[in-house]
Write a protein that binds this ligand. Structure first.
Ligand SMILES: Nc1nc2c(ncn2[C@@H]2O[C@H](COP(=O)(O)OP(=O)(O)OP(=O)(O)O)[C@@H](O)[C@H]2O)c(=O)[nH]1
Ligand SMILES: [Mg+2]
Length: 441
């Protein structure tokens, strides 16, 4: 057993939406290695009688097609997100290019040459900035084109609507840069003296810098979003996946450590696991995935925190087999009767998944079942009484401490994942038949 594993935790929204460092960096030396690849927009100005004149607005329309209209029908979109540069770097890189733009050759008149150069430099600055911003916007997929699992991750990680909001802000910045840039380039092109042209060039550059200082933090937010999304563990939908589910603190992560390469944090308090951990199991040349998930509490869906929602998103959108963990030792903090209620609800919702129940921490189990003082121990509920004593029918007793039941668990898990692989193959061939009905005739 050896392979990579990755833990993705829900970052705090605050850390994603940091304030811009733009103002702190004045004399930034641009690092060319950080440049993103982009094309330069076609010329938007013409030279008339040696002056720089703006083309008609209709010719300047942004005709870029929406590349994100490609439907994303699988996971993996986060790994394809573009590299985003910090807003300061975007600005100073554009500025550096703009300042290198010479006047059009052959203009003898000093004033005309200067206004031509100024307008061209402002135009280049505006275009460089606009192209970068547009590239970012186009290369971040529309949320509704994401796989439902990744869509849930976007909302749970960034907060409802924040992804779209930041992309909107980046686009608003682009529009502002274009309109202000054009305005200043046009003004500069109309200067009557060299001094005036130089002043207008300076003014234009300052205006664009001001805009970037005040609104450029949208780019930094986008950079943080890309970082957070890219860091999420990669799930392969074709590889059978075991998902550990149960109330908080019942011993899920301890079992993941034993079963796979995943090395989740283990602590004696609820919600130690704050994200999805991906581990791997290699058995007889077959690779399987294991996900550890945050614990689920007994409450209504509306009241669930994002960690619980994350677990439900995995169960709802990924074709996982379930290893459900029950702790009847009285150690975990959730009473057996609450665990039973949670279990029944989850089983009802996700009962179509392949499933194994384990009763954990069996080294701590006493002869008489644990009854919490908050519970009604006299309630005549045979089902619950049986659950308290043995867990759901067919469950396996295990202990990470004494290793009781672990070998049996490993072989049951293996058998279940092999069945899961068969399910995936059947599903794939059904989908192929739907896509190409003649293929199998
Ligand atoms: N005695 C005993 N303790 C165990 C066993 N398995 C886990 N524990 C302890 O139970 C506590 C919780 O274990 P975790 O594996 O972190 O539980 P979890 O379900 O992942 O917890 P959350 O991530 O918070 O939901 C830790 O203190 C573990 O050492 C076991 O078999 N026997
Ligand atoms: Mg855990």
């Amino acid at each position: 057993m050896a392979a990579s594993s990755g833990l993705w935790q829900l970052p705090s929204t605050k850390s994603l939406f940091c304030t811009s460092k733009f103002a702190q960096v004045r004399n930034v030396v641009f690092n060319p290695k950080m440049a993103v690849c982009r094309g330069i927009q076609t010329i938007a100005y013409t030279i008339v009688n040696g002056s720089y004149v703006q083309k008609a607005p209709s010719e300047l329309q942004d005709k870029v097609k929406d590349k994100t209209l490609i439907t994303v029908d699988s996971v993996g979109a986060f790994q394809k997100l573009p590299m985003v540069m910090p807003s300061v770097d975007v600005f100073y890189s554009a500025m550096k290019k703009a300042k290198r733009v010479p006047p059009t050759k052959g203009i003898a008149n000093i004033a005309k040459r200067e206004r031509n150069k100024g307008a061209k430099q402002l135009d280049t600055l505006m275009k460089e900035l606009a192209v970068s911003l547009r590239t970012y916007k186009e290369n971040f997929p529309k949320k509704h084109h994401l796989h439902p699992y990744e869509r849930s991750l976007v909302d749970l990680t960034l907060g409802d609507g924040n992804y779209e909001e930041v992309l909107k802000k980046v686009d608003a910045l682009r529009k502002k840069v274009v309109s202000v840039g054009k305005e200043h380039a046009s003004l500069c092109a109309q200067s009557s003296t060299k001094k005036e042209a130089l002043e207008r060039l300076d003014e234009g550059m300052n205006s664009l810098e001001e805009i970037f200082k005040s609104q450029g933090k949208a780019v930094d937010e986008l950079l943080n979003i890309a970082k957070a999304l890219r860091a999420m563990p990669v799930v392969d939908l074709e590889t059978p996946t075991l998902c550990l589910v149960g109330a908080p603190n019942v011993g899920k992560s301890s079992l993941v450590r034993l079963l796979s390469t995943g090395k989740p944090e283990i602590c004696n308090y609820p919600f130690t696991t704050r994200g999805i951990l991906m581990g791997h199991i290699h058995l007889t040349d077959q690779n399987f995935q294991v996900t550890d998930t945050p614990g689920i509490l007994r409450r209504r869906d509306e009241d669930r925190n994002n960690l619980e929602k994350l677990t439900l998103a995995v169960l709802s959108h990924l074709p996982t087999a379930v290893l459900y963990v029950h702790d009847l030792s009285g150690e975990c903090g959730t009473s057996p009767s609450d665990q039973y209620t949670i279990y029944k609800e989850i089983k009802e919702r996700f009962g179509d998944h392949l499933w194994i129940d384990v009763v954990s921490k069996c080294d701590l189990l006493q002869d008489s079942p644990v009854v919490y003082i908050t519970e009604d121990s006299t309630a005549d509920n045979t089902e619950l009484a049986i659950y308290r004593k043995m867990g759901p029918a067919g469950s396996l007793r295990v202990s990470v401490m004494s290793e009781v039941g672990i070998d049996e668990l490993k072989s049951r898990v293996h058998a279940m994942l092999v069945s899961q692989l068969k399910r995936i193959k059947i599903q794939d061939s059904k989908e192929e038949r739907v896509e190409d009905p003649k293929r199998f005739l």
